[in-house]
Design a protein around this ligand. Structure first.
Ligand code: NAD
Ligand SMILES: O=C(O)C(=O)C[C@@H](O)[C@H](O)[C@H](O)COP(=O)(O)O
Ligand code: ZN
Length: 365
């Protein structure tokens, strides 16, 4: 098992990464000060439940915990206020109190929703992230929790740090290929924003990584989580630096919401968004040519690099105007300066974005 630490004002907590960790859950959560006197709620989705709920439930109840299990339908469409309210009702009915804890067993959807539940139930109770998707190496760390609104991604939420992240890499072997690829989009993002050597390593090892060869995937998760943990430790609430973790997300989030949640996976949308950001960086003369290299890297991980389907520019632009990084109504993007280095740029002209959207539809380059 490898352990990284996240150090924020709210709390310092470990990210444990390794094989067989779900079997060691009772011992690991004890490290976070949890004990069988607490009631627990285990939140998961209906695709993860048949795979991993039972062993987790059994190991905890065998150690004397009282555990209530709740399941949401799998997929982005469940990350809503409706399911949040339904889960709150279950917490109240189950009699959870301020000493209770929530376990989020699943991908980013479960983690964000269960985390928001933990942030808001009785004004905040502890929770532990048990990520089961590759993408969730990103979502489980850093305390951004929340739900979508029909008008925009993650528009409702909070910062609420988990007490611990326990990433059992064995769970990745049941992931559909599309979700493996999607998870690598955020790994590639972490490399592109922070670490040129990491980018070269991903380029050199895409084939082993896509096959989920154990030492490679563990290293990718460790390096990705290190970037995330470092950025979050320096700027927990996104007053500055943390915005770089949003690379590719201005276009990405607009695509997800406009196409309908779940049409693109989050990672696919971010992949297209990163190509768009590289094109925009080039268009504005901020960086040397990077879009081609970005695209090649994403393609090596079977990720899309062009917009598909009929999505209107008006709808996409409207979503981008509502992006959470926007201040004083001007379009705001995280854009590259070079490989491994990005910056937050306010006031990008509409005509430049429209030109990039045209390229992303395969009409310009
Ligand atoms: N909070 C953050 O900092 C942050 C960071 C990145 C992404 N996110 C959010 O995360 C969400 C995307 O997360 P995701 O990609 O994990 O999606 P997800 O949670 O929908 O999981 C993807 C699919 O994989 C299934 N699945 C999960 N684990 C599995 C396993 N081990 N074996 C088989 N199937 C499994 C799920 O049931 C689902 O169908 C988005 O809502 C995104 O906005 C949040
Ligand atoms: O942790 C962050 O900060 C990120 O931006 C990570 C992103 O990968 C993630 O998708 C996050 O949920 C986006 O945050 P948002 O504030 O743009 O909703
Ligand atoms: Zn993301």
């Amino acid at each position: 098992m490898k352990t990284l630490m996240v150090q924020t004002k709210e709390r310092t907590y470990p990210i444990h990464i390794g094989s067989g960790l779900l079997r060691q859950l009772p011992d690991l959560i004890e490290e976070a000060g949890w004990s069988s006197e607490q009631s627990l709620m285990l939140v998961t989705d209906d695709q993860v439940a048949p795979l991993y709920q039972e062993p987790v439930y059994r190991s905890l109840t065998d150690h004397g915990y009282h555990v209530e299990c709740v399941t949401i339908p799998a997929g982005e469409a469940s990350k809503t206020l409706l399911y949040w309210e339904e889960l709150l009702t279950k917490c109240i009915r189950a009699g959870l109190d301020r000493t209770s804890g929530i376990l989020a067993l699943g991908g980013g959807v479960v983690g964000d929703l269960a985390g928001f539940l933990a942030a808001t139930y009785m004004r905040g109770i502890p929770f532990i992230q048990l990520p089961t998707t590759l993408l969730a190496h990103d979502s489980s760390v850093g305390g951004k929790v929340g739900v979508n609104h029909p008008l925009g991604k993650n528009m409702i939420g909070a910062f609420h740090q988990p007490s611990m992240v326990i990433f059992d890499v064995d769970t990745l072997h049941s992931l559909p290929a599309r979700e493996v690829a999607s998870g690598y989009a955020e790994v590639i993002k972490e490399a592109l924003i922070y670490d040129p050597d990491f980018v070269s390593w991903l380029e050199a090892n895409s084939s082993a990584l896509m096959k989920l060869e154990s030492s490679f995937v563990t290293e990718a998760i460790l390096r990705g989580c290190s970037v995330k943990a470092d950025v979050v430790s320096k700027d927990e609430k996104e007053t500055g630096l943390r915005a770089i973790l949003n690379y590719g997300h201005t276009i990405g989030h607009a695509l997800e919401a406009t196409a309908g949640y779940g049409t693109y996976t989050h990672g696919e949308a971010v992949a297209i968004g990163m190509v768009g950001a590289a094109m925009l960086g080039e268009e504005l003369g901020l960086c040397p040519p990077l879009a081609g290299r970005t695209q090649k890297l994403l393609e090596a991980f079977n990720l899309p690099t062009r917009i598909r389907g009929k999505l209107s520019n008006e709808d996409l632009m409207e979503r981008m105007r509502r992006d959470k990084k926007v201040k004083q109504g001007v379009y705001t993007f995280v854009l590259p300066r070079n490989v491994g280095h990005v910056e937050l740029i306010h006031g990008v002209e509409e005509k430049r974005i429209l030109k990039v959207l045209k390229c992303l539809r395969g009409e310009g380059r």
